[in-house]
Design a binder for this molecule. Structure first.
Ligand SMILES: *[C@@H]1O[C@H](CO)[C@@H](O)[C@H](O)[C@H]1NC(C)=O
Ligand SMILES: *[C@@H]1O[C@H](CO)[C@@H](O)[C@H](O)[C@H]1NC(C)=O
Ligand SMILES: *[C@@H]1O[C@H](CO)[C@@H](O)[C@H](O)[C@H]1NC(C)=O
Ligand SMILES: *[C@@H]1O[C@H](CO)[C@@H](O)[C@H](O)[C@H]1NC(C)=O
Ligand SMILES: *[C@@H]1O[C@H](CO)[C@@H](O)[C@H](O)[C@H]1NC(C)=O
Ligand SMILES: *[C@@H]1O[C@H](CO)[C@@H](O)[C@H](O)[C@H]1NC(C)=O
Ligand SMILES: *[C@@H]1O[C@H](CO)[C@@H](O)[C@H](O)[C@H]1NC(C)=O
Ligand SMILES: *[C@@H]1O[C@H](CO)[C@@H](O)[C@H](O)[C@H]1NC(C)=O
Ligand SMILES: *[C@@H]1O[C@H](CO)[C@@H](O)[C@H](O)[C@H]1NC(C)=O
Ligand SMILES: *[C@@H]1O[C@H](CO)[C@@H](O)[C@H](O)[C@H]1NC(C)=O
Length: 573
C-alpha cells in the first residue's frame, strides 16, 4: 500500500517536471510569408554588454546571425545568406524575421552576454501555411447506379504541415466502407518548397438516392491558433439509372377514340437517360415495329381496335393499353330519292352499325315520327325522312335521308256550277294527282266557246279550275286529266243555254290508266256526235283496293256524287 502510494507520488513529480520544461521552451508560431517575431524570452540582465542571436542546425552546430551592443547601440547582422535582409533586431532584443519560410522552423537562441556570464534562452519556431482551396478534379459528368463511380480527386495544394481531406455527401461525412465508399489518399511534399499537397480520390457506390445529392471535400489543416477547414465547391452529377418500368400512353388523352381520329402511342421508360427506342406491337403484330419516337395512327379505323403493347428495344419490360375505336354507321334501305305510287307499301329499314348498342330515330320534315314502315302510301306521306343515331359521349352522329315522293294517277271530278247568267254555263273541275296532271276539256257540238280559267292550287296535289261554256244546244263536255301515270276522262252532259239543267245520270268516266293490274271492261255508246265514253269497271287487286278506298275519300263515292248532282239541279231550277 505504502509502495504504490510512493510510485504515484514519483509519477506526479515527473509529470510536473515535464510540464515545467514544456513551458520553459518558448514556441513562436508564425504564418508562412509573414513576419516571425521572436522575443528574447529572457529578462534583460544588469551589466549587459551585448545580445546575440543564433540558430542551431539539426546537428546542434550554432550559426550566429545578429548581435546588438547594449552600450554602443550598434547592430551587426552576420553574413548568413538565408537571412540576409530579412532580420531586424530591436532595442529590446526582439528578433524579427520577415517573409517566414518553412526553413525558419529552427531553434533560435537569444544570448545575453555580460562580462562574466552568458544567458541563453531558446525559442522554437513553427511555421504554418494554409493550403489552397480544395478543388474536386476529374469529376465525371454522370454517375451510374449500381457501380462504384469516381466522384473526383480532391486536391488541396501547398500546405504546411500537411492537412487532411474529408469527403462529405449532402453535408454528412463519408467514411470508407467496403464496396461502397473507397477513398484513396496521397500526400506529396515538394522538396523545393517543403510544402505538402494532398489529394484524395473518392469512388462511391451510386444509387437512385444520389439524384440531386452533392458532394464536397474539405481540407483540415493547422494554423497557429488551431485547426481550420476549407471546403470545396459542391459537385453534383447526373445520375444514370436503368429503366425499371415502361408505360404506354395514348395521346392526345381522351376518353373515347372515334374513327377518323389521329392518335399517338407514346411509350416511356422511367430510366435516366430515358430510353430512346422502343418496339411497338399493334394488334396482330408479333414482331413489333421499332421506333425511336412514338407510334402514330392517322385516321384510325374500327379495325384498329385492340391491345397495343410496347417494350424496350431489347424486348424487356412490356406495357400495354387497349384502344377501342368507336364508330357509327347507318344503313338506310331504301335511301335517297324514292318514288312510290299511292297505295303502295314501303318497307324502310334503318340499321345502325356502331361500337355500342344504339337506337335510331326517324324524323319526317324535322319532326320525330314513330310509325314506319308504311302500308298504303298516301300523298301526305311524301317528304324527307331522316334516320338518325348518335353516340353522344363519343361525339359521333350519323344520319341518312330518304326523300319519298308519292305519285298517283289523276283523279278528276266535274261539277256543274249552279250560277248561270243566261249566256254561259260554268262547270268546275277538281283534279288530284302527282305529278301535276294536265287537264284538257272539249265539247262536242255547236258551242261558241269553251274557256278555261287559270287553275288554282288547293294543295300541292289538288287543283281546280272553271270551264265557261256557251252551249247553243245540248252538249257533252269531256275533260281528260293526264300525267305520266295515266289519264282519267270525265264527261258531263250540259243542256243548251236556254234549257235549265236537269237531273242527269252521273258522269261517265274513263280511266285511261295503263296500270297492269287493272282489268278493264269498256262499254261503248254513242252520244250526240257519236262520242265514245268508256265506262270502266275496275276490279282491283289487294293493293288497288286500298287505292279505291282512297279515291273514295278524296273525291267522294258515287252516292255522294249523286247527291251533289241533285243539289246542283235544285239550285239551278
Ligand atoms: C520590443 O520592441 C518591439 C518594437 O520595437 C515591441 O513591439 C515589443 O513589444 C517589445 N517587446 C518587449 C518584450 O518589450
Ligand atoms: C515545388 O515548388 C516549387 C517552388 O514553389 C515549384 O516551382 C515546383 O513546380 C514545385 N514542384 C512540384 C512538383 O510541384
Ligand atoms: C490528420 O489525420 C491524422 C490521423 O487521423 C491526425 O493525426 C492529424 O491530426 C490530422 N490532421 C489534421 C490537420 O486534422
Ligand atoms: C389527322 O391528320 C391529318 C394529316 O396528318 C389531317 O389532315 C387530319 O385533319 C387530322 N384529323 C384530325 C381529326 O385531326
Ligand atoms: C383496316 O381497314 C382499312 C379500311 O377501312 C384497311 O385499309 C386496313 O388495311 C385495315 N387494317 C387491318 C389491320 O385490317
Ligand atoms: C347489346 O344488345 C345485345 C342484345 O340486346 C346484348 O346481348 C348485349 O349485351 C348488349 N351490349 C351492350 C354492350 O350493351
Ligand atoms: C326531294 O325530292 C323532290 C322530288 O324529286 C325534290 O324536288 C326535292 O328537292 C328533294 N329534296 C331533297 C332535300 O333532296
Ligand atoms: C273566252 O276566251 C276568248 C279568247 O280566249 C275571249 O275572247 C272571250 O271573251 C272569252 N269568253 C269569256 C266568256 O270569258
Ligand atoms: C236537251 O235536254 C233537255 C233536258 O236536259 C231535253 O228536255 C231536250 O229535249 C233536249 N233537246 C234535244 C234537242 O235533245
Ligand atoms: C248524256 O246524254 C246522252 C244523250 O242524250 C245520253 O245518252 C247519256 O246517257 C247522257 N249522259 C249522262 C251522264 O247523263
Amino acid at each position: 500500500m505504502a509502495a504504490s502510494a510512493g510510485i504515484v507520488l514519483t509519477m506526479c513529480v515527473l509529470c510536473a517536471a515535464t510540464i515545467r520544461t514544456g513551458f520553459a521552451l518558448h514556441t513562436v508560431n508564425a504564418v508562412y510569408g509573414e513576419t516571425i517575431v521572436i522575443p528574447c524570452g529572457h529578462e534583460i540582465v544588469n551589466e549587459l554588454l551585448f545580445a546575440k542571436w543564433k540558430y542551431e542546425n539539426p546537428d546542434g552546430t550554432p550559426v550566429f546571425i545578429a548581435s546588438r551592443s547594449a552600450v554602443k547601440n550598434k547592430i551587426t547582422y552576420d553574413n548568413v545568406p538565408e537571412y540576409n535582409g530579412r532580420l531586424d533586431l530591436s532595442e529590446n532584443y526582439t528578433l524579427s524575421i520577415i517573409n517566414a519560410r518553412i526553413e525558419d522552423e529552427k531553434r533560435f537562441v537569444c544570448m545575453l552576454i555580460t562580462e562574466d556570464n552568458v544567458f541563453e534562452e531558446p525559442t522554437l519556431i513553427r511555421v504554418f501555411k494554409p493550403p489552397s482551396k480544395p478543388e474536386i478534379q476529374e469529376q465525371p459528368r454522370i454517375m451510374e447506379t449500381g457501380k462504384l463511380n469516381k466522384v473526383g480527386d480532391c486536391v488541396a495544394k501547398d500546405s504546411y504541415p500537411y492537412g487532411n481531406i474529408t469527403w462529405y455527401r449532402n453535408g454528412k461525412i463519408l467514411l470508407p466502407l467496403e464496396g461502397a465508399v473507397d477513398i484513396k489518399w496521397i500526400k506529396e511534399k515538394n522538396s523545393t518548397s517543403g510544402l505538402h499537397s494532398m489529394q484524395s480520390s473518392l469512388h462511391y457506390m451510386t444509387t437512385k438516392d444520389d439524384i440531386g445529392a452533392y458532394f464536397r471535400c474539405t481540407v483540415t489543416y493547422f494554423m497557429p491558433n488551431g485547426q481550420v477547414s476549407k471546403e470545396s465547391d459542391p459537385a453534383s452529377f447526373d445520375i444514370y439509372y436503368p429503366t425499371e418500368k415502361v408505360t404506354i400512353q395514348i395521346l392526345p388523352p381522351k376518353k373515347f377514340i372515334k374513327e377518323g381520329d389521329n392518335i399517338t402511342l407514346q411509350c416511356r421508360g422511367n430510366g435516366n437517360p430515358p430510353p430512346q427506342e422502343f418496339i411497338y406491337y399493334p394488334p396482330g403484330h408479333e414482331e413489333g415495329i421499332i421506333s425511336s419516337s412514338a407510334y402514330h395512327i392517322t385516321d384510325i379505323k374500327r379495325n384498329a381496335t385492340g391491345d397495343y403493347k410496347c417494350s424496350l428495344s431489347n424486348k424487356n419490360m412490356m406495357a400495354s393499353t387497349t384502344i377501342t375505336v368507336h364508330y357509327l354507321d347507318l344503313s338506310l334501305s331504301p335511301s335517297g330519292e324514292i318514288t312510290k305510287q299511292i297505295g303502295d307499301t314501303l318497307s324502310v329499314l334503318c340499321v345502325p352499325f356502331a361500337s355500342k348498342n344504339i337506337s335510331v330515330t326517324f324524323m319526317k320534315d324535322s319532326k320525330v315520327v314513330s310509325a314506319l314502315p308504311f302500308n298504303n302510301l298516301q300523298y301526305r306521306d311524301s317528304g324527307i325522312y331522316e334516320c338518325l343515331a348518335s353516340l353522344e359521349e363519343e361525339g359521333l352522329q350519323s344520319r341518312k335521308i330518304l326523300n319519298l315522293t308519292v305519285e298517283g294517277k289523276p283523279r278528276l271530278k266535274l261539277t256543274k256550277n249552279p250560277s248561270s247568267d243566261g249566256k254561259t254555263k260554268t262547270i268546275s273541275y277538281e283534279v288530284e294527282g302527282f305529278p301535276k296532271p294536265e287537264v284538257q276539256c272539249n265539247s262536242a257540238g255547236n258551242v261558241l266557246y269553251l274557256n278555261k280559267t287559270e287553275e288554282t292550287a288547293l294543295s300541292n296535289i289538288k287543283y281546280s279550275a272553271k270551264i265557261i261554256i256557251s252551249p247553243e244546244e245540248n252538249t257533252t263536255v269531256i275533260c281528260v286529266a293526264e300525267n305520266k301515270l295515266g289519264k282519267e276522262v270525265r264527261s258531263l252532259n250540259v243542256s243548251a243555254i236556254n234549257i235549265p239543267e236537269q237531273d242527269e245520270p252521273n258522269d261517265r268516266s274513263d280511266d285511261g290508266s295503263d296500270h297492269a293490274k287493272l282489268i278493264v271492261g269498256i262499254v261503248v255508246g254513242l252520244l250526240l256526235a257519236a262520242l265514245v265514253a268508256g265506262i270502266i269497271y275496275c276490279v282491283y287487286t289487294k293493293r288497288s283496293k286500298s287505292a279505291t278506298k282512297h279515291v273514295g275519300k278524296e273525291l267522294g263515292n258515287t252516292e255522294e256524287n249523286k247527291k251533289l248532282e241533285e243539289n246542283n239541279h235544285k239550285l239551278e231550277a
